[in-house]
Design a protein around this ligand. Structure first.
Ligand code: HMH
Length: 229
């Protein structure tokens, strides 16, 4: 069993909770509260901005051209391709994408990006990848699960979203990241492996909580804004 097989197995409890989350099931059924989608997009636009910055840090810590090219491609993928599932949600709720950009992050999304940033700033390349990997991996499996369970056709309102994440490009992103981490894990200490496991599990938990954040329209206790950067 590879290191990432082991990570997947040890976190199967969370993966199953994600598949059974009412927001995720709502994508499959084709009905989600419009306010929840709006909340999701507002947070996810900023989340993906943070994700690209972390790819940039991973790129800076890379030691060979293969890894540099990988992170470069992934930034491009978020910038130019991952806007499509967002547009699918925006079209469904009838709100322009621009209106949903530049909003402060609710607590869970704020926590998630700071968790990734922590490993990016203080950890090894392995730790960064451990924190990033649940992002494509959970979405790939959500896409596949939804296809299997709901067999959506092109008439399904979220067909573009579901087929985007079930697609071979997201599968390749996940597999490339897994290969990178599996190779990395062949020459690290048991302590570092534990740090990577911790980073990976927390990201899985925060993926689940991100859906819950959108579903419950989570906000800070006081909405009074501080300066948002
Ligand atoms: C929170 C979150 N996790 C994963 C993805 C997939 O890239 C996303 N768009 N947002």
């Amino acid at each position: 069993m590879t290191f990432t097989d082991q990570l997947r197995k040890e976190n199967d409890d969370i993966f199953q909770m994600i598949f059974n989350h009412p927001f995720v099931e709502g994508i499959g059924r084709g009905d989600i509260d419009k306010k929840a989608i709006e909340h999701y997009i507002k947070a996810d636009f900023e989340y993906l901005n943070a994700f690209m910055k972390i790819y940039g840090i991973a790129l800076a810590k890379s030691t060979n051209r293969t890894d540099i090219a990988y992170f470069h491609d992934k930034i491009n993928f978020i910038l130019n391709d991952e806007i499509h599932p967002h547009h699918n949600f925006c079209d469904y709720i009838g709100v322009g994408y621009e209106e949903l950009q530049g909003h402060p992050l609710p607590p869970t999304a704020d926590h998630y990006i700071k968790h990734m940033m922590y490993h990016a700033q203080l950890g090894s390349l392995g730790e960064i990848v451990g924190a990033l990997l649940p992002c494509p991996w959970t979405y790939l499996e959500i896409g596949k699960e939804l296809i299997q369970t709901y067999r959506p056709t092109e008439e399904h309102p979220f067909y573009p979203w579901i087929s985007f994440y079930a697609d071979s490009r997201v599968e390749k992103t996940t597999n490339d990241m897994r290969n990178l981490l599996d190779q990395y894990a062949t020459h690290i200490s048991p302590e570092e492996k534990l740090r990577i496991k911790d980073a990976f599990r927390k990201s899985c938990q925060l993926e689940l909580k991100f859906w819950e954040m959108a579903y419950t329209l989570e906000e800070w206790p006081s909405q009074e804004k501080v300066n948002f950067t």
